[in-house]
Design a protein around this ligand. Structure first.
Ligand SMILES: NC(=O)CC[C@H](N)C(=O)O
Length: 227
């Protein structure tokens, strides 16, 4: 299985994401510069965190207009798994691949520490290696992680089980403690906490590795005979 790690000007978690997929998980992975036109040869797309285009305008807004996002949309429509972490989540929101928007953290401060999360939906291609309602520990690192959506969207997210992760102790003001959501089709996940920074105990937690394992297991079950 081959992962693409998309690199925008200002991405800064691309190497961590690459390490998670290649070294911690043991899959194939490539860093893919945002001007690359074609993502057909990859089985999953990872959009890492950072400060694409310096977070100017709104976080993720400028990156969301780049050509590669159209390519990501096309691959997403074909069912390719797409994971956006932190700035990657912000880009997915700005691109309209996920509903809602990101506001500044309620305390208006950049926050960088571990948070306890609850796996609300373990029945996705990104979370099948977790137990339902499992508590996991992942780091956050953001200034704009206060997820917001209108009531109708929130009702839809709840009804379709699209809320995948919540914070046990909401650090940023996100509506309904939301830390990560998935699209209706179940192949595009956006989350503010960083699973790629928690893939071995030396990093403070290995809980993020299960997310990458879930994607790999799902791919094997779908494409590898006898898996
Ligand atoms: N780690 C990150 O991806 C940073 C996210 C974003 N630029 C923010 O501060 O909100």
């Amino acid at each position: 299985m081959k992962f693409a790690v998309i690199v925008f000007p200002g991405s800064n978690c691309d190497r961590d994401m690459y390490y998670a997929a290649k070294d911690a998980l043991g899959a194939e992975a490539e860093l893919v510069w945002y001007q690359t036109a074609n993502l057909e040869n990859y089985d999953a797309i990872l959009i890492p965190g950072g400060f694409s285009y310096g977070d100017y305008l709104r976080t993720g807004a400028i990156a969301s207009t780049s050509h590669i996002v159209n390519e990501i949309k096309q691959q997403a429509e074909r069912g390719t798994p797409v994971l956006g972490v932190c700035n990657g989540f912000q880009i997915l929101l700005e691109a309209g691949l996920l509903p809602g928007a990101m506001l500044r953290n309620k305390n208006l401060k950049f926050m960088c520490h571990f948070e306890e999360l609850i796996v609300e939906n373990s029945n996705t291609m990104f979370t099948s290696a977790y137990e339902s309602k499992q508590m996991i520990s992942l780091p956050i690192a953001h200034g704009e992680g206060n997820y917001y959506c209108d009531d109708a969207t929130l009702d839809q997210l709840k009804e379709n089980n699209q809320i995948v992760f919540t914070y046990a102790s909401n650090p940023n003001g996100s509506i309904n403690d939301i830390a990560g959501i998935i699209n209706e089709a179940g192949n595009v996940l956006g989350m503010m906490p960083h699973p790629e920074r928690a893939v071995e105990s030396l990093l403070g937690s290995a809980d993020g590795l299960e997310l990458f394992k879930s994607v790999l297991n799902n791919w094997r079950e779908t494409y590898v005979a006898g898996a």
